[in-house]
Structure formats: C-alpha cells, structure tokens
Ligand binder design. Structure first.
Ligand code: CP
Length: 304
C-alpha cells in the first residue's frame, strides 16, 4: 500500500509517470470518467481549505467515485479528543483512500502508520504540502516543458510556507536548478531546508530581501502569502503582511517569459492588476491541481 506524505515518497521516474498521466487526463477526460466507480475518497480536513479539499472532491467525482468526510476539526470527533490514529482506523472501514489536512506537523505520517487505506498528506502544519507540489510541478512542466536549469524565486513567507518547503524538496532532484529565496529576515526558510536540502546537495541559491534585486533573473516567481495562522502574535503578522506586493511596476522588471505561480489563497501579495498579465498563471495552476490529483488517486488505488 502506497501513501503520499512528502514529495520524495515518489521517485523522479514515478513523478514523470504521474505528470504524464495527469497530462493524458487533461486531454482525454472521458477515458477516466468511470475509473473509480464503486470507490470512496474520505477528505478529513482539520484546517480550513478551499482548493485542496474541493479539488480532491472534484477529482474523485470526475473519476466516477464518491466522497465523504469533514471540513473542520470542530465537526468531527477530534472535538471530543479523538486521536488521528484512532480516526484513521475508523475511516479505513468507510473509504478506499483518504486525504488528510492537519495543523500538526507529522499528523499525516502518524495517520499512515495506522491506516488500512492509502493516506495522502493534504498539508501538515508548516511542514509539507505534497499535492500542492504536484500541482506546481504540473504547472511548470506544462508551461515551461522542463525543470532542468530553471531559476526559481520563492518570495514571501518562506518560514511557515509549507508549499515552498515541499517544492524545494521536489525541485532539487532536477539538474541545474537554482533558487532565489526572497523574504524578510524573520521569514527565511527554516535551517533544515538550507542545510539538509540546499547546502548538502550543492544547490546554488541566494537569499535576498528585495524582490526587485532578484526578479530580473527568474524563470519562475513563486509568490506566497504570510501565513497568519502560524504566527505567535498578531503584531508580528501585521508588520510583515504587506512586505511584498507584486504589481505592474515590478512585473516590468521581469523577463517576458517568466511565470508567476502562487498556491493561493492570495491576500495582498499580488495586486489584482497583475491578473491579466499573460505571465500570471496562478488560476491555471488551480485547474492543473484537479488533473494531478486525479492521477494521484488512480496511482495510489492501483488503477492507473
Ligand atoms: N493551496 C492551498 O492549499 O489552498 P487551500 O488552503 O485553499 O486548500
């Protein structure tokens, strides 16, 4: 039985197969419309979500399967003190596969150890968000045609932004990638990302504070919001929240073929005046998220 807890759970070859399958689903959705008939996906979300939960639901419905679950800890027996380990043992009696989001780092891993069905990490605290990574990889693959040799800028909350951590973990496996890490000093990437992923693997990277100092060199600009829910106090959040605002003036400094990605939700960090720029692909990214989650469900259920 396979789970997806971190991006590195899939080899580069397996990721390639998954992205190819997602590409085929995009082109020929009717071929896959009945693949999951009789199967059920449980979506167990202990934290708020729009995209991840609904795209998992859409993915399973597109495959002809059915969906059950809960959208907040308050509406489950977690509110009565039930552990994740017990909950997943129960869910295993009801569904064939489970996507779980939880505020605690490592919760999806804990669930997978007690589960009778494949578990997909849909975000665990500030740690990892591997299905957002699959979405991001499919967006880059579809629109750039490669990962090798790209310079990717991550901008914003690189400390708490789990999508950043997951995507760095995935991209360092491709040759010639380099990174610009653009953040205020207080929101730099955690030291384990810098030491264990970048330094240990000799990945070229720079850390800068000003977006203007990096944007002109980038193939991809990955914007992130400041993660209010992970701050210890509101005062720090308010001080940081508008540190970066990508607008037309900053886009004028970027290459003609640079792409702007954002996992969303957006708060203020990308001005809506950028939305019409053909380089802004964050809403296309959302659509790719459905195809890639369809491919993931098929793969983990052994139906690919
Ligand atoms: N990108 C993402 O994880 O969005 P949601 O929090 O809405 O699921």
């Amino acid at each position: 039985m396979r789970h997806l807890i971190e991006p590195s759970d899939f080899s580069v070859e397996e990721l390639k197969s998954l992205l190819e399958l997602a590409g085929d689903i995009e082109k020929n959705p009717e071929k896959y419309a009945h693949k999951c008939e009789g199967k059920k996906l449980a979506v167990c979300f202990y934290e708020p979500s729009t995209r991840t939960r609904l795209s998992f639901e859409a993915a399973m419905l597109n495959l002809g399967g059915r969906v059950l679950g809960f959208a907040s800890a308050d509406s489950s027996s977690a509110a009565k003190g039930e552990s994740v380990s017990d909950t997943i043992r129960v869910i295993s009696c009801y569904a064939d596969i489970c996507a779980i989001r939880h505020p605690k780092e490592g919760a999806a891993l804990v669930a997978s150890l007690k589960s009778g069905i494949p578990v997909i990490n849909a975000g665990d605290g500030g740690h990892s968000h591997p299905t957002q990574t699959l979405t991001d990889l499919m967006t880059i693959w579809s629109l750039k045609g490669r990962f090798e040799g790209l310079r990717i800028g991550f901008c914003g909350d690189l400390k708490f932004g789990r999508t950043v951590h997951s995507l760095i973990e995935a991209l360092i496996r491709y040759g010639g990638v380099s990174f610009s890490l653009i953040s205020p000093p207080e929101l730099k990437v955690p030291s384990y990302i810098r030491d264990e992923l970048l330094e240990k693997n000799n990945i070229p990277y720079t850390e800068v504070v000003k977006l203007e100092d990096a944007i002109g060199d980038l193939d991809i600009l990955y914007m992130t919001r400041v993660q209010r829910e992970r701050f210890f106090n509101e005062e720090d959040y308010v001080r940081m929240k508008d540190f970066y605002i990508l607008d037309r003036a900053k886009m004028a400094l970027a290459r003609e073929d640079m792409l702007v990605l954002h996992p969303l939700p957006r708060v203020n960090e990308i001005s809506t005046e950028v939305d019409d720029d053909p380089r802004a692909v964050y809403f296309k990214q959302v659509q790719y998220g459905v195809y890639v989650r369809m491919a993931l469900i098929l793969t983990l259920l052994g139906l690919a």
